[in-house]
Design a binder for this molecule. Sequence first.
Ligand SMILES: [Zn+2]
Length: 179
Amino acid sequence: MNCPYCGHIDSKVIDSRDTFDGIRRRRQCLACSKRFTTYERLQPVSIFVIKKDRRREEFNKEKLLSGIRKACEKRPLPTGAIDRLVDDIESEIEGLNKAEISSVAIGDMVMKRLKNLDYIAYIRFASVYRDFTDITALKREIDNLVSDEPAGITSTSQLPLIPEAELETRIKPRHRSRK
Ligand SMILES: [Zn+2]
């Protein structure tokens, strides 16, 4: 708050006390040394989301929640996991103490958490949230997902087509040739 006498931007707080609906501060201007009082009212702070097309939109927790729910549809998640995730993001956003945040930054917060929670939901969310300029990154993520799958997952669910003894002889030469 600028000094009401000289307009200087910096002042020091010489006294501060709580009132029933906020905080009253006695301040002294660092330029002209005159004293003035400010009142801070407590009110919920609106945070605006800057979208990719530069439009501003008030941060809406419900909207974020429904977007994440959609990505997590039919995924075997623990009860309340999505709500906790959104609460967590909300407090991270509030903790930034900024009036604005980009939708991309929020998307990154979501993806960081979904990645640990459920990979399929993560990929779904990423494909909606990131635009086509990021399709290479998305493809890379999917490739990683495929290569992360445990090997031999099909062989446990069906009988081996080759008898084990024969399989062994087929595998052995490969072991030898590696040396
Ligand atoms: Zn002043």
